[in-house]
Design a protein around this ligand. Structure first.
Ligand code: PGA
Length: 258
C-alpha cells in the first residue's frame, strides 16, 4: 500500500524550545494512522532534541539539507553520514537551496547518492520557475532535474525515492500562485513517465510523488485526490500546528474515501 506522506518544512523557523512546544501541541491533535505518514523537518539544531521526544508511531523526522561528503574539513556543513540514525528523510534540492545557495544539478546528484548510501530516504524537490513555465520549458526542466538527480542510483534505490513537485511560482515566498489541480496532475503524470522511461514502470509506480507550493488545509484535498499524488510538502502553513493538524486530518479523510 502506498501511504500518503505529509511533510512539514519549518525552513529557518523555531528554536529548540519552540519546536518542542510545537511537537507537543501537534501530538495532542493527531492520532496514529495506518496509512498516513507525517514527517517534521525542523532546523538541524532541533533534530536531536525532537528525536528524544517524538512518538515514532506518529511522526518521522526529516532534515532540510545534507552535505554529500561523509566527513572532513567542511566548516558549517552537516553530512548525511551524521544524520544517519537521527532522521528518516532528508529534503534535497529545495528551490531555496538551488536559488539562494546556488546548488546545481551535479551537487544535487551527489547529495542524492550520499543520502541513499547512508540509508536515508531523499525527498527530491523539483520544479520550474515562472519564466520557464511561461516559455513552456517545464518538461525540459523536470527532465533535466530528474535524470541528473537519479543518475547514480540503482533501481531499488530509485524505488524508495520521494519526489516533491514544487513549481517555484507556487511556493508562498516566491509568488504563491495557486496552481490548478489539473496543472499538477499533468506534472505528476510527466514525472512518473520520466521515471518510467529511465527505470521502468515497476520502479516508477513505487516512487512517491508529493505536491508542494502554498498548500493549506483548504487546498490540500484537491491535490491529494489527484491520481498518483502521494502526499504534500507544506511550508508556511505548517508553522501553525492547528493548521498543520487540519492538513493531516484532510489526508486521513482522503484515505478513507480512496
Ligand atoms: P509553502 O512552501 O508551502 O510555504 O509554499 C513549500 C516549500 O517551500 O516547500
Amino acid at each position: 500500500m502506498n501511504k500518503k506522506l505529509i511533510v512539514a518544512n519549518f525552513k529557518m523557523h523555531f528554536n529548540v524550545q519552540e519546536a518542542s512546544l510545537y511537537l507537543n501541541n501537534l501530538n495532542k491533535l493527531t492520532s496514529i494512522h495506518r496509512s498516513v505518514e507525517v514527517a517534521l523537518a525542523p532546523p538541524f539544531i532541533s533534530l536531536q532534541p525532537l528525536r528524544l521526544e517524538i512518538d515514532p508511531r506518529k511522526f518521522k523526522l526529516c532534515a532540510q539539507n545534507g552535505y554529500y561528503q561523509d566527513e572532513g574539513a567542511f566548516t558549517g556543513e552537516v553530512s548525511f553520514a551524521l544524520l544517519k540514525n537521527l532522521v528518516h528523510f532528508v529534503i534535497i534540492g529545495h528551490s531555496e537551496r538551488r536559488i539562494y545557495f546556488h546548488e546545481d544539478l551535479e551537487l544535487i546528484r551527489d547529495k542524492m547518492a550520499a543520502c541513499v548510501r547512508n540509508g536515508l530516504t531523499p525527498i527530491l524537490c523539483i520544479g520550474e520557475n515562472k519564466s520557464e513555465r511561461i516559455s513552456k520549458e517545464t518538461k525540459k526542466v523536470l527532465h533535466d532535474q530528474i535524470s541528473t538527480a537519479l543518475y547514480n542510483l540503482t533501481l531499488d534505490e530509485v524505488a524508495n525515492v520521494v519526489i516533491a513537485y514544487e513549481p517555484i511560482w507556487a511556493i508562498s515566498t516566491f509568488g504563491g500562485e495557486i496552481p490548478k489541480p489539473r496543472e499538477i496532475q499533468s506534472a505528476i503524470d510527466f514525472i512518473r513517465f520520466e521515471v518510467s522511461e529511465l527505470f521502468g514502470s515497476k520502479v516508477s509506480n513505487q516512487v512517491k510523488i508529493l505536491y508542494g507550493g502554498s498548500v493549506n488545509s483548504d487546498l490540500v484535498s484537491a491535490y491529494l485526490s489527484l491520481e498518483g499524488c502521494n502526499g504534500a510538502l507544506v511550508g508556511g502553513a505548517s508553522l501553525n500546528y492547528q493548521e498543520f493538524a487540519k492538513i493531516i486530518q484532510k489526508a486521513y479523510l482522503i484515505d478513507r474515501q480512496g
